[in-house]
Design a protein around this ligand. Structure first.
Ligand SMILES: [Zn+2]
Length: 360
């Protein structure tokens, strides 16, 4: 089974948002395994059915073939799972000085603000701001509850997961050290709709139990971007903690950055400008430099002559490679796509099987 971490619908979608599902879809085509996208709306303040409808519409514009798993329709299952998982841990609670904001999205320990990735917050002129409501954060003492995984399990966890590219192993090891020292905080001060004892359980933690709900007996292939390594690792730790032994292969994509204004790179706008799902997939795949943590979007597609591009599509669709999953996706990268384009009139010079599955 191929899956992504829960994806939160947005009001508009930039191209990079769809990179992990596009990779998931290529893997589906190459391996014949099922591909599931989970839609996460439980963390949203105002859940609007239109958001989900637009999300599914966008998936179909990109011709991704997958099934959906919606967290809101499975609220009961998730609550039950939390009620089963948390009694297995001893909870540690601590009063910690945290940065908080009025909208409730921001809640991070003062100590951690220095080294955490600036996703839910940003620092400007030495002041901390919430990325969501843009208000300046203030310090407050919060009652935080953490769990700790058994040390023996933490040490073995990475032996049983194929992490690709391998250099992310070091970041995972650092995270494991942090988890062993500080634990994993599982509660939020604001209401989340999930409770354990007197605590509101963080929706992110609820999502991290998802693997155990979706997994059957087969191998699990996860595609995530490198901004969610923490969530990915906790998901895997919980999965193993609950006794699941499925083989796990983890693909970690670079983060895509855009030239100029990011608004220009919305999928709907690109389609209006004459792109189609194939050129959009090409742009994403040709941006992939697996050895980099950040990749700039490959925008030169407008300069690729159409005949060459059509031939590339045709050639990649003719061949299907049979290879272990772990080696399948590293071939889809900037260098191979440009080599493939260059040699479309001399096909013997390039193995087009390397790019199979790129276009469905
Ligand atoms: Zn806020």
């Amino acid at each position: 089974m191929i899956l992504t971490l829960p994806m939160t619908p947005r009001s508009e979608y930039q191209l990079g948002y769809w990179l992990t599902p596009v990779i998931g879809d290529i893997l589906r085509k190459r391996t014949g395994q099922d591909f599931v996208i989970s839609i996460g709306t439980l963390g949203m303040r105002n859940i609007d059915a239109v958001f989900i409808k637009n999300f599914i519409e966008e998936v179909s514009l990109l011709k991704l073939r997958c099934s959906f798993w919606e967290d809101t329709s499975n609220r009961g299952l998730l609550s039950d799972r939390i009620a089963e998982v948390l009694p297995l841990f001893r909870l540690h609670n601590q009063f910690v000085e945290c940065w908080v904001c009025n909208c409730g999205a921001l809640e991070i320990p003062k100590e951690q603000a220095r080294f955490l990735k600036q996703k839910t917050f940003y620092i400007s002129n030495g002041k901390v701001f919430c990325a969501k409501c843009k208000q300046e954060a203030c310090l407050k003492i919060l009652d935080r509850v953490s769990i700790f995984f058994p040390e023996s399990q933490s040490q073995e966890i990475l032996d049983n997961v194929a992490v690709l590219p391998g250099f992310y192993l070091n970041e995972f090891r650092e995270l494991l050290v942090q988890f062993a020292e500080n634990g994993i905080c599982i509660n939020r001060q604001r209401q989340t709709g999930f409770f354990y004892q007197q605590y509101n359980i963080d929706v992110e933690f609820v999502w991290e139990t998802l693997l155990s709900l979706l997994a059957k007996k087969e191998e699990i292939v996860m595609v995530v971007n490198n901004h969610v390594l923490r969530q990915t690792l906790i998901s895997i730790l919980l999965f193993r903690f609950l006794g699941f032994t499925n083989k796990i292969t983890l693909f970690i994509t670079p983060y895509i950055s855009y030239p100029g204004k990011p608004d220009k790179w919305q999928v709907k706008k690109l389609l209006e400008l004459g792109h189609d799902e194939n050129t959009v997939r090409f742009m994403l795949a040709a941006s992939l430099c697996w050895r980099e943590k950040d990749s700039g979007l490959y925008v030169d597609v407008s300069q690729v002559e159409y005949r060459r591009f059509s031939l590339l599509r045709k050639l990649t669709q003719q061949k299907i490679l049979e290879k272990p999953v772990a080696t399948l996706i590293s071939d889809i990268n900037h260098q191979n796509l440009l080599q493939g384009l260059k040699n479309v009139f001399n096909v013997q010079k390039f193995d087009y099987g390397k790019l199979s599955g790129l276009f469905s």
